[in-house]
Each structure stands twice: as C-alpha cells, then as structure tokens.
Design a protein around this ligand. Structure first.
Ligand code: CTP
Length: 154
C-alpha cells in the first residue's frame, strides 16, 4: 500500500487538488473550525496536476450542494473523494452551477441588490477561472472580488 502524506480517513470526504495557497480559505468558508469532527489539512504537497496542492480530509462529513459551490468558487480544480470504510467509493470534480443565489455579494455599491430586499442572484460567466456577473447590474467579478454574503464572527 502506498504511503499517504496525510493519514487515511475511515468515512467522510477528502477535498483534494486544492490550489495550495487557498487551502485555509476553503477551510474557513466551510467553517471547519466550528466542527466537532476530525479535520486533517495538508498544504504544499506535491501533485502531478497542480504545482503544489492542498488537501482537506473531514471525517464523517457529506458536503451539501451549497458547500460544494463554495469550494468551486475558491478552488475550481478541487476533486471530492467520498470515503466509506477506508475505500474511495466516489470521485467527483467540483463544478459551479450556471446561477448562484444567496452566496456572493455584488461588489457594485450602487447595485439594487445591496439596497433593496431582492433575491441575490449571480450568473456564472466562467467556471475556471471563476468569473461572475450580477443578475441585476451586470457587474463582472473575478475570484479576488468574491465576498460571501455570510459574515464571519470569530
Ligand atoms: N484517501 C483518504 N483516506 C482513505 C482513502 C483515500 O484520505 N481511506 C485520500 C487519499 O489520500 C487521496 C484521496 O483520498 O488524497 C483520493 O484517494 P485515491 O483515489 O486512492 O488517490 P489517487 O489515485 O492519488 O487520487 P487522484 O485521482 O487524485 O490521482
């Protein structure tokens, strides 16, 4: 059996092929620091596909669609590995849907979505690299502009 840089998990999800420098951002947006579950994180690991990759292993967790969308926003190359009884039973590539709602704030301060209670709605104009377009004011946003609607209180 090959040796793993980060220990194997028994049941749960492995987020692999994360752009290494974004690993902790992914961990933060998933609020893994608030979980009771065991979480293993590796960064600057060698990878065939990326220069250096990050990896996050979450024992006992199945990701929701909204959590997968958050990962796809920050780490569009990430793969998800579903682990059951130490075996990889499913492997999938994260992918954003064509429209995301209630997730990313429009960066245009004059946009109606920042002033009135309209449903937040953003079109995904590019998935990798991520390019977003506000449904209301059509402002274009790249990954550096992303501000999630949820606020973090530490
Ligand atoms: N993994 C784990 N616990 C297990 C089984 C696998 O943490 N019980 C992790 C491995 O460390 C790896 C990922 O899940 O990061 C995918 O495992 P596997 O498909 O065996 O690895 P590779 O073939 O290297 O994956 P890839 O498709 O990315 O090449």
């Amino acid at each position: 059996m090959k040796e793993l840089a980060v220990s194997a998990i028994c049941n749960g999800t492995v987020i692999d092929q994360i752009d290494s420098k974004r690993t902790f951002i992914v961990s933060e947006i998933l609020r893994l620091h608030e979980e009771e579950r065991e979480v293993l994180v590796g960064i600057n690991l060698s990878s065939k596909k990326l220069k250096k990759k990050g990896i996050i292993k979450i024992e006992g967790k199945n990701l929701t669609r909204s959590e997968v969308n958050k990962i796809a926003l920050i780490a569009p190359d990430a793969t998800l590995n579903i682990i059951q009884n130490y075996e990889v039973v499913k492997k999938l590539q994260v992918e954003l849907p064509d429209i995301i709602e209630g997730l990313v704030k429009c960066i245009n301060p004059n946009c109606v979505s920042n002033h009135q209670t309209v449903e937040n709605k953003i079109h995904v104009a590019g998935k990798n690299p991520v390019k977003l377009r506000c449904h209301y004011c059509e402002r274009l946003m790249g990954v550096k502009d992303i501000e999630l609607i949820e606020t973090f209180i530490y």
